[in-house]
Design a binder for this molecule. Structure first.
Ligand SMILES: *[C@@H]1O[C@H](CO)[C@@H](O)[C@H](O)[C@H]1NC(C)=O
Ligand SMILES: *[C@@H]1O[C@H](CO)[C@@H](O)[C@H](O)[C@H]1NC(C)=O
Ligand SMILES: *[C@@H]1O[C@H](CO)[C@@H](O)[C@H](O)[C@H]1NC(C)=O
Ligand SMILES: *[C@@H]1O[C@H](CO)[C@@H](O)[C@H](O)[C@H]1NC(C)=O
Length: 582
């Protein structure tokens, strides 16, 4: 969002925000300083404001004619100088300076045929939740998340079907929070988009065989499969990647979500040829424990150790292509691939086995959602019911560190939000049981390897990063409370009493400590300035809006007016309105 506009001049007068007031006192002429007299300038005089505003528009319409303006030096906080311009009435400062110095944002946009500078104090947007919340509904505004395309996601693995993170370790590791967000985003996308468009490429019927190109050394026939209760194609094809394999043409450039059922008795692979611009790439899903690799135009995804069980393989081919292409590209050069330049050409299968119901769809959100939910069922540790994070986290080296194997209250809570939704949709008790087991670490202190901190020895807090002393990361705490809330809606008896105790205690804390995170002009990300005696960690604007979105979400499920009041004030901060001073 940051732009560099060397030649644009910001009109000083119409601003009501403190930034411009500071500019005035810093370098405007004496009259202005006197006139402003300690209150924001524009609030003083409507006429003046209007006059300046109009001039602002004129200036941009006609292009600033630099010649009409004389140079003037501005001394900035007695520290250094910036070359500005003046005319008889005003002083103009380079926007490139203003933008950097005050961390504000702007870009020149074309509107109704003329250019204008669109200025904003923050770069982020609030997404207010709808006015009801239910544990099987959309999760906040997560339908807008695109977790898998984040640069810190290596790829969606073909073993578990969940994202693998490289944020704190280049090798890649599973990060429960990321997996939960992946699941919740696809669940929310499903609810907002509705049923996908599905094209069946081939099923198990005799007629389907005609679509396949079958070389002499291969055989395909339609057989009844008892375990699936349907006809499937039985393949007798060499498994070597060097063999031609059996294939069929696709020609698809809109729907890239592949799903199929396959069962190999020998080694085997599924390959898809995809054209990007004029170059053809081949994505190969093979039996290998290497998660992802690439040689030239061939990209390989490992499906794990060879198995002769049925596999339900679900892949977003466009995203698999992008992750493959980005594999050895330095971070700074991450490429953007446009979906309209992708075309699926053909599909090839190698190996002996059976295949059924190969489809391309606009999306397979619910499959991705269940992959995430199943990951939480399969990778929960039995003793503590936690999803340990097997990578070291150094928040401040030497001061705030977590060795591998830590739990996160946010990971536990977001997992609950996934598992409760999976339970309500599928009615499968294993999801509910995993969510209930996930409660245990909430009742274990950070010192003892859990996630519970106690602020001022009075308030229970559930830590996203359970450091000692605590870090008190606000957004992680609120996500954990939402997970507990979800679980509370679907439990009874003892599990209900347990989750209610933990939730109530956390909500008491939230309502008491929310004001501690208010800086008067924004919010704090955590309380390291309190617990570690170091400089405060201001929330950057997207975290500030996350705080607002969360507080608004709590205002929907809890009648306490603190939530709405707080959200209103925090939204104002995004336009530069700040708390009054003495
Ligand atoms: C500006 O004008 C509006 C509408 O006429 C008025 O409500 C407001 O009080 C005025 N502000 C100042 C600072 O005079
Ligand atoms: C299966 O095939 C893949 C791809 O050719 C190969 O990398 C892998 O080593 C093979 N596995 C076995 C057990 O032969
Ligand atoms: C075939 O796959 C599609 C997409 O995954 C699914 O919606 C459909 O139910 C499947 N049909 C059968 C018969 O399995
Ligand atoms: C939490 O732990 C305390 C003791 O450490 C115990 O008394 C309490 O019952 C536990 N609560 C839950 C919900 O497990």
């Amino acid at each position: 969002m940051r732009v560099n506009l060397r030649t644009v001049f910001l009109l000083l007068a119409p601003c009501t925000i403190i930034m411009c007031f500071a500019l005035f006192t810093g370098c405007a002429r004496k009259e202005n300083v006197r006139r402003s007299g300690g209150v924001p300038v524009a609030a003083e005089d409507n006429d003046t404001t209007l006059r300046f505003l109009n001039r602002g528009v004129q200036a941009f319409v006609q292009d600033v004619k630099v010649n009409q303006y004389r140079e003037i030096e501005c001394l900035i906080n007695t520290e250094y100088t910036v070359q500005c311009r003046r005319d008889d009435d005003d002083v103009y400062m380079p926007f490139s300076f203003v933008q950097k110095y005050f961390e504000v944002y702007g870009s020149i946009e074309k509107v109704h045929g003329y250019e204008r500078l669109e200025f904003s104090y923050s770069y982020s947007k609030v997404s207010p939740p709808i006015n009801m919340y239910s544990p099987d509904g959309k999760f906040m505004s997560f339908e807008h998340f695109n977790v898998e395309m984040r640069s810190r996601v290596k790829c969606i693995t073909a073993t578990e079907g969940v994202p693998m993170s490289t944020q704190w370790n280049q090798e890649g590791y599973y990060y429960p929070i990321q997996i939960a967000q992946y699941g919740l985003s696809h669940y929310s996308k499903y609810l907002s988009e509705g049923e996908p468009d599905i094209t069946i490429l081939t099923d198990g019927s005799k007629q389907a065989i005609a679509d396949w190109s079958v070389p002499d050394d291969c055989e395909v026939r339609s057989v009844w499969d008892k375990s699936r209760g349907s006809y499937v194609l039985e393949l007798s094809v060499p498994d070597s990647l060097k063999s031609r394999g059996i294939s069929f043409k696709v020609q698809e450039n809109v729907n890239f979500a592949l799903a199929l059922n396959v069962r190999f008795v020998t080694n085997g692979s599924i390959s898809v040829s995809i054209k990007l611009d004029d170059v053809t790439f081949h994505i190969n899903y093979i039996f290998s424990t290497t998660i992802i690799s690439r040689t030239g135009r061939k990209i390989f995804y490992g499906m794990g150790e060879k198995t002769s069980k049925w596999i339900h393989l679900v892949r977003d081919l466009d995203k698999d292509l992008v992750k493959g292409l980005q594999l050895y590209v330095p971070h700074a050069q991450k490429l953007k691939v446009k979906a309209n330049k992708i075309k699926i050409l053909s599909m090839t299968i190698r190996g002996r086995g059976r295949v059924d119901n190969i489809t391309l769809a606009s999306a397979n959100h619910m499959d991705h959602f269940y992959d995430a939910a199943n990951w939480f069922v399969n990778y929960q540790d039995t003793k503590r019911g936690g999803w340990p994070i097997m990578v070291a986290r150094e928040i401040i080296p030497g001061k705030m560190e977590l060795p591998p194997g830590w739990y996160s209250a946010m990971g536990q809570g977001q997992a609950m939000s996934v598992l409760v939704r999976a339970y309500l949709r599928s009615k499968s008790m294993s999801y509910l049981q995993a969510a209930i087991n996930g409660l245990k670490v909430f009742n274990i202190s950070s010192e003892q390897g859990g996630v519970k901190a106690r602020f001022a020895n009075t308030y229970d807090w559930y830590e996203e990063y359970p450091t000692t002393p605590g870090s008190y990361v606000l957004n992680g705490f609120m996500y954990s409370l939402l997970g507990l809330y979800d679980l509370m809606q679907v439990t009874e008896d003892e599990p209900y009493r347990n989750v209610k105790m933990i939730y109530d205690s956390g909500m008491r804390t939230l309502k008491s400590l929310l004001p501690l995170f208010d800086s008067g002009s924004g919010t704090f990300y955590d309380l390291r300035h309190v617990t570690h005696g170091i400089a405060p960690n201001r929330a950057r604007w997207d975290y500030h809006t996350t705080h607002i979105n969360q507080v608004l979400q709590f205002s929907v499920i809890d009648a306490d007016p603190i939530f709405r009041r707080t959200a209103t004030r925090w939204i104002d901060y995004m336009k530069g309105k700040i708390a009054p001073h003495n």
